[in-house]
Design a binder for this molecule. Structure first.
Ligand SMILES: Cc1cc2nc3c(=O)[nH]c(=O)nc-3n(C[C@H](O)[C@H](O)[C@H](O)COP(=O)(O)OP(=O)(O)OC[C@H]3O[C@@H](n4cnc5c(N)ncnc54)[C@H](O)[C@@H]3O)c2cc1C
Length: 380
C-alpha cells in the first residue's frame, strides 16, 4: 500500500493550520482541551464562519449543498487539525460530519433546503437524541414514542446523555413509531426543533466535570410529519450509516499524536527522556496511535469511494479508544503528581478519555461487534 497526501490535500491542511494559528495563537504549543466551544455560541460561529468564508468547512460536500465537491479526506484533515487543538467547533463538528450527510442521503428537497445551507454556513447547532435511561448499548429497544395524528406526530418519552443541548436548535431524534414490529424495524427519525412546546431540558454533569449533556423530556410534543427523515419505521438504517461516520468522525489519533510529541518535549525538559522505560512506553504509545490512524483511514477510504458502511469502523474505533487511553495513562505516569491537576497536559488528556469509550457506543459493545461481524465468532 502506498499512502500519500495529494498536493490539494496538503494545501488544504496548510490553509486550516494557518487559520487556526491566526485565530488561536499559542494553542498549538499547548495541546490542552480548549473547551469554550461547549457553551459559547459566538465563539463557535466566529470560527465556523471563517472556515466557511475560506471554503474549508464543508469542502467535502457536493457544491449544490454548499460544498466544494472535494473528497471525504478533506473532512478528516479538517478534523485532525481542529481536534489537535481541542476541536473549537465543539457541537458543530457533528453537523458537518454526519447530520448533514444523513439529510443529504435521506431528506426531502424541503428538508435539504431548510437544513443543509445552514450547516454549510456554519450556523446550525444540533443535538442527537438517541440514548434513553434503559436503552443505551441496546439502542434498538428505545421507547420514546411518536404517534401519528394527521399531519403531525405526537412525541412522548425521555432521552438522556444528550450532548450540546445548551446550544442545540434542532434534535436528530430517534422515536418508536411501531411498537409491535421487531425492535429495529419500528424506529423512525424526526428532525425536531428544540423550541417546540413540551420539550424540557435538564442538564447533567459528566464524569470529566463538564456539564455538556442533559436529560430531555418530551411531553405531547407535536412534530410535523414533514419533519420525518426517511421512511416511517426506516430509521434504523439511517442511524447505522450515520454512526459509522460518527465512529471515525473525531480524529482522536491525531490529538494523541500531538500530545505524545508534547510528552517527548516534557520528558527531555525534565531529564526523563534517557530512561529506556520512558522511551519504550513512548514508542508503544506511538505505535498504537499510528495503528489507530491507519485503521480509521481505511474507513475514510471506504467513504471516499462511496462504499457502504462496513464493520471496519468498529475495529477502528476499538483501536482508537485503546490508543487514546494508552497516551493518557502514559501522560499521568510520566508527569506523576503534576498530572493529577486537571489543568496540566496529563489532566487535559486523561479526563476526556474517561468518556471516550462510552460516547458513540461503548468499547465493550464495539468488541462484541468485531467478534461477530469481523471475526465471525458464534454468538453465545
Ligand atoms: C460524553 C458522552 C456524550 C454522549 N452524548 C450522547 C448524545 O449526544 N446523544 C445520545 O443519545 N447519547 C449520548 N451519550 C450516551 C452514550 O451513547 C451511551 O452512554 C452509550 O451508548 C452506553 O449506553 P448506557 O450509558 O446506557 O450504558 P449501558 O448500555 O447500560 O452499558 C453499561 C455497561 O455495560 C456494558 N454492556 C452493555 N451491553 C453489553 C453487551 N451486550 N456486552 C458487553 N458489555 C455490555 C457497556 O459496555 C457498559 O460498560 C453520550 C455519552 C457520553 C459518555
Amino acid at each position: 500500500m502506498e499512502f500519500a497526501w495529494t498536493e490539494e490535500e496538503t494545501a488544504y491542511r496548510e490553509q486550516v493550520r494557518t487559520l487556526v494559528d491566526d485565530r488561536y495563537p499559542g494553542w498549538r504549543d499547548k495541546p490542552v482541551h480548549h473547551s469554550f466551544a461547549r457553551s459559547e455560541r459566538n465563539q463557535v460561529t466566529e470560527l465556523t464562519h471563517e472556515l466557511r468564508d475560506r471554503k474549508l468547512l464543508t469542502a467535502h460536500w457536493p457544491a449544490e449543498y454548499g460544498g466544494a465537491d472535494q473528497s471525504a479526506w478533506m473532512h478528516i484533515i479538517l478534523g485532525e487539525e481542529l481536534w489537535s487543538v481541542g476541536e473549537p467547533r465543539g457541537p458543530q463538528y457533528m453537523s458537518v460530519n454526519w447530520i448533514g450527510p444523513a439529510i443529504m442521503a435521506n431528506g426531502t428537497e424541503e428538508q435539504k433546503q431548510e437544513h443543509l445551507g445552514r450547516i454549510s454556513d456554519g450556523e446550525a447547532f444540533w443535538c442527537q437524541g438517541f440514548s434513553e435511561p434503559d436503552s443505551g448499548s441496546d439502542l434498538a429497544s428505545l421507547k420514546c414514542r411518536a404517534v401519528r395524528d394527521g399531519d403531525e406526530y405526537i412525541v412522548n418519552g425521555q432521552k438522556i446523555w444528550t450532548s450540546h443541548t445548551q446550544l442545540a436548535e434542532w434534535c436528530f431524534l430517534l422515536v418508536r413509531t411501531d411498537p409491535d414490529a421487531e425492535p429495529h424495524k419500528g424506529i423512525s427519525v424526526l428532525l425536531v426543533s428544540m423550541d417546540t412546546p413540551g420539550i424540557e431540558v435538564r442538564s447533567i454533569a459528566n464524569v470529566a466535570g463538564e456539564s455538556s449533556f442533559a436529560e430531555v423530556f418530551f411531553t405531547d410534543v407535536r412534530v410535523p410529519a414533514a419533519n420525518r427523515l426517511g421512511p416511517e419505521n426506516g430509521g434504523w438504517d439511517i442511524v447505522r450509516a450515520a454512526l459509522t461516520y460518527e465512529r471515525v468522525g473525531a480524529p482522536r489519533w491525531h490529538r494523541g499524536s500531538v500530545v505524545l510529541d508534547a510528552l517527548v518535549v516534557w520528558a527531555k525538559e525534565h531529564d526523563r527522556f534517557d530512561d529506556p522505560i520512558v522511551q519504550s512506553r513512548l514508542g508503544e504509545a506511538k505505535a498504537a496511535i499510528e495503528a489507530a490512524r491507519m485503521l480509521a483511514y481505511r474507513v475514510v477510504d471506504e467513504r471516499a469511494h462511496k462504499v457502504p458502511p462496513s464493520p471496519n469502523a468498529y475495529v477502528a474505533r476499538v483501536s482508537m479508544v485503546r490508543a487514546e487511553k494508552q497516551v493518557a495513562e502514559l501522560a499521568l505516569w510520566l508527569m506523576g503528581e503534576q498530572g493529577i491537576d486537571g489543568e496540566s497536559l496529563a489532566g487535559h488528556t486523561f479526563y476526556p478519555t474517561l468518556t471516550a469509550g462510552v460516547a458513540g457506543g461503548t468499547y465493550e459493545v464495539q468488541l462484541n461487534l468485531v467478534a461477530g461481524l469481523v471475526l465471525q465468532l458464534p454468538r453465545r
